[in-house]
Design a protein around this ligand. Sequence first.
Ligand code: MG
Length: 223
Amino acid sequence: MRKEPITETEETFDIVLDIDISKRTSELAEDNRGYLDAHGVRCLDVMGSVGSGKTTLIIELLRRLKGKMRVGVIAGDLTTRIDADRIEAEGVPVLQIQTGGMCHLDPPLVRRAFEKLDLDDLDLIIIENVGNLVCPAAFPLGAHQRLVILSVTEGPYMALKHPIMINQAEVVVINKVDLAEAMEVSVEQLAADLEQVKPGIKVIATNARSGEGVDEVLQALEL
Ligand code: MG
C-alpha cells in the first residue's frame, strides 16, 4: 500500500519573527525598481538551473543588442568567476556577486551592484541569478522582467515541478532543443505544461549555443 507523503504542515513548524521577511523583501524590491526607473534603466532577471544555459543565452543577447542598447550585467554565483569572465569578454560592464553559500540574490545585494554600476551610462541591466529554480522564486529583486530558462537536459517535468518560479516569469525559454530527441523530452509537451501552469506565458524554444531562437527571445522581451 502506498504511504502518504509527509507534507509541510505535519512535520514542520513556523518560527515567528518580528518582521515579515517576504513582505520586507518585496518592499526592498519595489525600492530597487524605483531606483532603476529614476535612472531610466530597465532590468531583466534571468533564472535557471546550473547548466541550463543562462550565461550562453545572455552572451547571445548581448551580441544582438550591441550598438542598440547600452547593457550592463550582474552575475550571481555561489563561488566562481567563470560566468563573469565569459561575459566580460563580450566587452560589457560586469559586476559579480559571489553569494558564498546563499542560493539566491536578494534586493540589498543587487542594490549595492546597481550603485556600483554607472546607471546613467546604461539602458538595460541583465541579472544572471544563482543557478536554481527554488530559492530565487522567493526573492524578487526589482527587475522589470523575469526570464526563466529550462533545458531539455533537465528532463520532462521542469515546468510542473517549478510552478512558483514559472508563475513569476513573463518569458520562458526551453533551451538545448537540439538535444530533445536524445533526452526523450517533448518540447511540445513542455510548452503545454508551461501554458497549463501560467496561461498566456511566452515560450520560446532555443539552441542558445547555435543562436537558434535567440532573436525570438529578444522579440518576446520587447528588446
Ligand atoms: Mg551561468
